[in-house]
Design a protein around this ligand. Structure first.
Ligand SMILES: C[S@@+](CC[C@H](N)C(=O)[O-])C[C@H]1O[C@@H](n2cnc3c(N)ncnc32)[C@H](O)[C@@H]1O
Length: 239
């Protein structure tokens, strides 16, 4: 059990918004770059094959994963606590020609405000490891998924560049738990940690795979080409 309180997560919300400010971006179009993460297309194919009508990208950040995810269902909800991120994401969807398929709404993963069983598929990328109480978000995702619906999410491993790269600047505060250079909380998981987290909220992964991929520099946040590694997992809502 984490000794951190979700108030740290609340405090991070404003800092995340600031990271997407035009002054912080220093003239670049977005924070995370254009290539989607490789698994966004896989998730879209999974959702589409299941006949999904409404899917949710939470958090959508500044939108890199929205173009491939838009192929996953007729309606794609895009949520994030950062309105500045979503303003950039809107432009990304316009450029990709999928703007009319995407509905944006400021959304907190702990309290989405969505109805029970309203969503067919959720894509949650690079958020759960930043939350001090990911169990709260997992419980909320389970509530809004329809029975048979599926969460696709990731958790960074200790081989991720954030800790494994020599250039990373992290302060360790507990085992596998750090504060990064921008004061964001980051926790890293192995399969047993993930299994225990899911069990703590009565959930079990349908599949877990380890994947690594390269990303271009994110100027202002991580200024060099870097390699991520995550556990990519699916949780299907039963009953
Ligand atoms: C590392 S970024 C990942 C964005 C996106 N998933 C991607 O892959 O590009 C983390 C995002 O989580 C958002 N965020 C932070 N706390 C949140 C919360 N409680 N609920 C929803 N979004 C949150 C931040 O604003 C930020 O855009």
């Amino acid at each position: 059990m984490s000794t951190e309180s979700p108030s740290r997560d609340d405090a991070a919300i404003g800092r995340w918004d600031g990271a997407y400010d035009a002054s912080a971006l220093g003239g670049q179009a977005n924070l995370w770059g254009d290539p989607p993460v490789p698994y966004a297309q896989t998730a879209a194919e999974l959702f589409a094959a299941a006949g999904a009508a409404v899917i949710l990208d939470l958090p959508c950040g500044d939108g890199r994963n929205l173009p491939p995810l838009a192929a996953g269902a007729p309606i794609l909800l895009a949520g994030d606590t950062s309105t500045k991120a979503m303003a950039i994401a809107r432009m990304v969807t316009e450029k990709a020609g999928v703007r009319d398929r995407v509905v944006f709404s400021r959304t907190d993963a702990y309290h989405t405000g969505l109805l029970d069983s309203a969503i067919d598929g959720i894509f949650c990328w690079d958020l759960l490891g930043h939350l001090t109480e990911p169990a709260g978000a997992l419980t909320e995702f389970h509530r809004i998924l329809r029975p048979g619906g599926c969460l696709v999410a990731n958790m960074w491993t200790m081989n991720d560049c954030q800790v494994a790269d020599d250039r990373a600047t992290m302060t360790e505060i507990a085992p596998k738990t750090y504060i990064d250079h921008a004061d964001f909380y980051c926790k890293f998981y192995d399969e047993q940690d993930l299994s225990e987290l899911l069990a703590s909220v009565g959930q079990q992964a349908e599949s877990v795979e380890t994947a690594s991929w390269w990303e271009p520099p994110h100027p202002g946040y991580r200024d060099y080409v870097h390699q991520h590694e995550s556990l990519i997992f699916r949780v299907r809502k039963t009953g």
